[in-house]
Design a protein around this ligand. Structure first.
Ligand SMILES: NC(=O)c1ccc[n+]([C@@H]2O[C@H](COP(=O)([O-])OP(=O)(O)OC[C@H]3O[C@@H](n4cnc5c(N)ncnc54)[C@H](OP(=O)(O)O)[C@@H]3O)[C@@H](O)[C@H]2O)c1
Length: 254
């Protein structure tokens, strides 16, 4: 396929889940790609999946030295890029009283600070007319119990994205956010979730989602790539991929 031939892209947090689905669609379409992840074993596995068509590197988004090194590596391997996808994110499900300074810092360092400084470092490498898509969550607006820190970290990310969209208007770089609901991924976005917890999470998601099912990583990837390449008159926007969960939908009363 040649859908993305001659396009160059970077996917931050693309070794499994939704980020990998975006990376796979891009390489299938002929793009040249650099993908990151933190866990070495997952980096190796993604490298095997994406064959030789993507540079897959270990880089921790919460480490400022790694961000600086990544900038140099992207410049050296790809040069100017068309699309930057900042997808890495983690969530600890914990009620307010269980939140620790450590879990708070972890969420904000990855989801918010890391995303911000990665965008800042890679900005000079994005072509004028290119695009950035951040992965947020419907939790960036909702009041779901157990997600105070995660929601705050993603709401801040959403705010950063809007200002970035405004500041990048002169360079015609569009900046948008995709906000998924319950999506079937290896972690479901929840750090250290056991198989049982993941299954329970999925069951709750299917029950509360108006479309009565969870989404797939491919469904999110299609929305991300729409924002990246097709939505040429859209910037500063938040696109939900949530089966209606964040939309306050009510069925017709019986
Ligand atoms: N799944 C859901 O239901 C859901 C819902 C709403 C929003 N989200 C958001 O969607 C995004 C993707 O979620 P997902 O479910 O696809 O998650 P996932 O399967 O856990 O994938 C996350 C990706 O980010 C990477 N990553 C994690 N920490 C990193 C770090 N410190 N530095 C660099 N890379 C790192 C992971 O690599 P390693 O772990 O191998 O290092 C992996 O490649 C996240 O931002 C999440 O918050 C998920």
């Amino acid at each position: 396929m040649t859908r993305y031939a001659n396009k160059k892209a970077v996917v931050i947090g693309g070794t499994h889940g939704m980020g990998l689905a975006v990376a796979e669609a891009l390489v299938d379409g002929g793009a040249e790609l650099l993908v990151t992840g933190r866990n070495r074993r997952n980096v190796e596995a993604a490298r095997a999946k994406l064959f030789s068509r993507a540079h897959v590197v270990r880089s921790d988004i919460s480490d400022m030295t790694d961000i600086a090194t990544l900038g140099a590596e992207v410049g050296q391997k790809l040069g100017q890029i068309d699309f930057l996808h900042i997808n890495a994110g983690v969530s600890d499900l914990e009620p307010v009283e269980r939140v620790t300074e450590e879990s708070y810092d972890r969420a904000f360092n990855i989801n918010t600070k890391g995303a911000f400084f990665t965008a800042q470092r890679l900005l000079p490498l994005i072509k004028d007319g290119g695009a950035i898509v951040f992965t947020s969550s419907i939790a960036d607006e909702s009041g779901t119990g157990g997600m105070s820190v995660y929601s705050g970290s993603k709401a801040a990310l959403r705010a950063f994205a809007k200002v970035l969209a405004a500041e990048l208007l002169p360079r015609r770089i569009r900046v948008n956010v995709v906000s998924p609901g319950f999506i079937d991924t290896p972690t479901m976005g929840v750090a250290g979730a056991s198989a049982e917890e993941r299954a329970a999470f999925m069951e709750i998601g299917d029950a509360v989602t108006p479309m009565k099912r969870h989404g797939t990583a491919d469904e999110v990837a299609r929305a991300v790539l729409f924002l990246a390449f097709d939505a040429t008159f859209t910037t500063g926007a938040r696109l939900t991929v949530d089966g209606g969960l964040g939309q306050d939908l009510s069925p017709i009363p019986a």
